[in-house]
Design a protein around this ligand. Structure first.
Ligand SMILES: O=C(O)c1ccccc1NCC(=O)[C@H](O)[C@H](O)COP(=O)(O)O
Length: 260
């Protein structure tokens, strides 16, 4: 069984338990109420303007590739640091079993920053989309490999209705075709192979040619040094998402330089 398959198996059981506590219809009702009660513009949508190179800094306590990275991290402090560095958005890993994250982490970030917040989790059920609204996320990750065509199309539409920007993650040209056919407008090329966790940051360069110019592209994972960052930036993608190396250095300027 691949790493992703293991994560998805555990996630399925977790979501089933959650749905017993709060049924999907109830969660949907709450999410719709939240949509009608909030009128703020979703700043994650600015990514579609393609104005600047967008850095998304991730808050990541642990991972299957690294084990513990920073379990007792000061989530609010890191969020403020990312904001002070002019990042475009903050990504929060909310998965518990493999990443030691939580929905509370995302809500804590939301409470201290005006930056848009991306929920990074393993979304396999519509219940999680409504929950994503309830915890205050502005964007949510959808993993193409984890979803069937119909499910991916529906999840993209539902997120858009909830005013949450879907970031659709791909690993190869076939997944790009699937993501585009399902309506993805923001694509994340994952430099990490989710089956065996190997990293290849040149994947972004190889796959970029399969994505139309009007689609926004983010390069995700494995950006570890200033050299990696400058290389990814030189490819003409719209932004990048960095987790592990920011958490490890605690001084992201070492990777991105003084000016972004
Ligand atoms: O990070 C992992 O080991 C991992 C394993 C299996 C599925 C997903 C995984 N990571 C989730 C992410 O999307 C990354 O945290 C994100 O792209 C940042 O990557 P990095 O900068 O390499 O921490």
């Amino acid at each position: 069984m691949s790493v992703l398959e293991k994560i998805l198996e555990v996630k399925k059981k977790e979501v089933e338990k959650c749905k017993q506590l709060v049924p999907v219809e109830k969660m949907k009702k709450l999410a719709i109420e939240k949509c009608t009660s909030t009128s703020c513009e979703n700043k994650f949508g600015n990514i579609f303007k393609k104005e600047n190179f967008c850095i998304i800094g991730e808050i990541k306590r642990a991972s299957p590739s690294e084990g513990i990275i920073s379990e007792n991290v000061d989530v609010k402090g890191i969020a403020k640091l990312y904001e002070s560095l002019g990042f475009f958005a903050i990504s929060v890993l909310t998965e518990k079993n493999f990443f030691k994250g939580s929905e509370q982490d995302l809500m804590d970030v939301r409470s201290v920053t005006s930056l848009p917040v991306l929920r990074k989790d393993f979304i396999i059920d519509i219940w999680q989309l409504y929950q994503t609204k309830m915890i205050g996320a502005d964007a949510a990750l959808l993993i193409t490999k984890a979803l069937g065509n119909k499910q991916l199309s529906i999840f993209i539409k539902v997120l858009e209705i909830l005013d949450i920007v879907p970031l659709v993650e791909v690993e190869n040209e076939y997944e790009i075709e699937k993501a585009l056919n399902c309506g993805a407008k923001l694509i994340g090329i994952n430099n990490r192979n989710l089956n065996d966790l190997t990293i290849d940051i040149r994947k972004t360069e190889r796959l970029l040619k399969y994505i139309p110019k009007d689609v926004v592209v983010i390069s995700e994972s494995g950006i570890k040094s200033r050299e990696d960052f400058e290389y990814i930036r030189s490819l003409g993608v719209d932004g990048c998402l960095i987790g592990t190396s920011f958490m490890k250095t605690q001084n992201p300027v070492e990777i991105i330089g003084e000016r972004i």
